[in-house]
Write a protein that binds this ligand. Sequence first.
Ligand code: MRU
Length: 348
Amino acid sequence: MTIQSVEWKNDAIVILDQQQLPNEIIYEHLTTIEHVWESITYLKVRGAPAIGIVAAFGLALWARSKQSNHLELFLDEFEKQRDYLASSRPTAVNLFWAIDRIVKKVKRAQSVAEAKDLAVAEALAIQKEDVQTCRRIGENGLSLLKDGNTVMTICNAGAIATAKYGTALAPFYLAKEKGLTLKAFACETRPVLQGSRLTAWELQQLGVDVTLITDSMAAHTLKTKEINAVIVGADRIAANGDTANKIGTYGLALLAKAHDIPFYVAAPFSTIDLNTLTGDDIPIEERAAEEITHLQGKAIAPAATKVFNPAFDVTPSELITGIITEYGVVRGDYQTELTRLYSNEIET
Ligand code: MRU
C-alpha cells in the first residue's frame, strides 16, 4: 500500500491527517491557506520535508484562488502569504526552504497568470524531487547496514514525513525492494507519540518486524538487544553538523555513544542550513502544555502543573557518526564537508 501524505488534486490539496493515525486513515481537503497553516501547526502534516511540500502547495493554492491582474500587487501579497505560512512552525528549515523557492520562482513571472502557473509547477517539482532524494538517502543508508541488522529510531522520519520513502526509514523501503531484512526498534516518542502512532504503523504496513519501546527503555534496549545502528531524521542541520530533531534524539545519541553503536542522521540537503552556524542558533519550538498534561483529552497531571515542552533538541555534531544525504554519507569535519558538498552539488 502506498500512502501519500500530501497530494495536489484538481487545484486543491489533499492530506493524510496524521493526527488520526493509526486508528483511522482519513484524507482531508485543504481549500484555503489558513487550512494549510492549521494542518502544519496542529501536526496533521508533520515531518520536515512534508511540511515544506504542503506549504509550497499552500502558496500555489493561494495563488490559484487570487483574482488579480496587477502583478506587482499580487507579488506583494504573495510574499505576505509566504510570511504567514512561515509562522506555522519554527524549527524545520525545509518549510522556509520550500516557500522561499516558490517565491523566487514566482518573481520571474511577467503576468499574474504566469505567476500562478509557476507556483503550481514549482510546488509539484519540489514534491517530485523529494521522491528521488529520499530514494537516494535510502540507498546510501542501506549501504551502511547488513542483511538482518536491527536499527533503532525515534519519531517518524518515514514516507509520511516526506513525499515517499522517508529519510531515517528509507533504508527499510530499499531493503524490502532488494529482498533484505532489517528489523526496527521504535521509540514511542513522547509527548505526541509519532513513534508509536506513525513509525510502528508505517513499518507494519511495509511488513517490517518492528518492536515498540517507550523512550525511557532506550538505554536498556541498546544494552541488552543487538542494535546495529541508530538512525534518526532531522529538522535542521547547522553548518557545523549540529542537528535539531525530535525531542529525545540528543539522549539517544548520548546512549548510542555510551554503547559504542553508530548514530546516523538521515536528511536531504534541504534540511541543511548553512546560514545557521551552530545548534545554538536553531530556534526550538515549544508546544502547548496539554501535549504533556493530557492524553487523548484526559488529564494525566494535576491541574495547573508547570510544564516545559520543547518539541526538538539539538544533538552536537561530535555525537553523530555520519549524516546520510542524497549525495552520500558525510563524516568527519562537518563544517568543511557540508560546505564542500553544497558548493559541488547544489551551486553547480
Ligand atoms: O514534530 P514533528 O513530528 O514534525 O517532528 C518530526 C521530526 O522530528 C522528524 O524526525 C524530522 O522532521 C525528519 S522527517 C523526515
